[in-house]
Design a protein around this ligand. Structure first.
Ligand code: G4P
Length: 293
């Protein structure tokens, strides 16, 4: 993906430094870190400093929104994260799929030693403490609501608005530390920013909507051509540019403006909306880095 036409994104580095300090200060209070990422963009939706920030702590990476991602790719990502020393699993916090296994998985994998130690010293009643982290919109509130049951009010993290950390007691066996503050995704990498704009994780005004949709269509025609053919009943050719694809979609959907021109803006909004809501099928936007041979 080229990096032209990108508007500068404002990332509030000062705010981020404060969050980083809070995480560092609270790590000693928890037994493990649960990091939520988007299964469609497992690397782009991570905070780039998360590995170094949580170094030494047992970590479970949750590939959330797995209902929208390609199952085969999700499995590759699980294997990849395991190869880096973390544990990983897929969940869908919208329907709740996989969530009920989270605590037992954490206890049986990354906290296995701690659990065995507690068993030996007769402390089996002590609860495990987990810090929940992730970039905005990745599904932290949905996860906590799923685990805690009932609907907790969503607390927005905004620059200038302070909220304190919150412990959420699940039952006698676990407590979650819901961290305040914003963790930004990978911002130094513009193609990561484009992927995040595709999923709607960051505002789509980093690019004009038609450019964004054209980039998405080019990616899909290369990686998921059947999804495009099935959804829009278009014929694809290797020579198609992003604009050709957008026009094909607009034409098929009858999105015309006077004079017989295609309303590419409407087509772009449709493509992005349908991609984000899963109507184009289950799609993953990036694969794990290949191991060096
Ligand atoms: P956050 O606390 O990390 O900021 O994220 P939050 O839980 O608010 O989730 C952000 C959006 O992602 C919500 O949609 C939520 O429903 C959706 N979401 C969370 N987990 C999943 C999942 O596993 N699958 C799918 N498909 N969506 C998920 P929203 O449009 O902002 O709100 P609403 O649709 O819930 O009203």
């Amino acid at each position: 993906m080229e990096n032209t036409d990108m508007k500068q994104i404002q990332w509030f580095p000062g705010h981020m430094a404060k969050t980083r300090r809070l995480i560092a200060a609270n790590l000693k209070l928890v037994d493990a870190v649960v990091e939520i990422v988007d299964a469609r963009t497992p690397l782009s939706s991570r905070n780039p400093e998360m590995d170094s920030m949580t170094k030494g702590k047992p970590r479970m990476i949750l590939l959330n929104k797995c209902d929208l991602a390609d199952d085969k790719a999700t499995q590759k990502w699980i294997n990849y994260f395991r190869s880096t020393g973390a544990e990983a699993m897929a969940v869908d916090c919208k329907s709740g799929k996989g969530v009920k296994n989270l605590l037992s998985n954490v206890k049986n994998t990354v906290l296995k030693e701690l659990m065995e130690k507690r068993q030996r010293s007769g402390m089996t009643g002590a609860s495990v403490r987990l810090m929940i982290v992730g970039i905005p919109n990745v599904g932290k509130s949905s996860l906590i609501n799923r685990l805690a049951g009932g609907k907790r009010a969503k607390v927005e993290d905004r620059p200038g608005v302070t909220r304190t950390k919150q412990w959420v007691k699940l039952d006698n066996s676990a407590e979650l530390l819901d961290m305040p503050g914003v963790l930004w995704p990978k911002f130094e990498d513009q193609s990561a920013a484009v992927r995040l704009a595709f999923t709607g994780a960051i505002s789509d005004d980093i690019l004009d909507i038609e450019t964004l949709a054209m980039k998405l269509l080019s990616f899909l025609s290369e990686n998921y051509p059947d999804s495009l053919v099935q959804r829009y009943k278009v014929e694809l050719s290797d020579e198609d540019t992003g604009l050709d694809l957008l026009e094909k979609v607009g034409r098929k959907r009858g999105m015309m403006i006077s004079g017989g021109e295609i309303n590419t803006e409407r087509a772009a909004i449709t493509v992005l909306d349908e991609f984000r809501s899963g109507k184009l099928g289950r799609i993953t936007l990036e694969l794990p880095p290949q191991k060096e041979q």
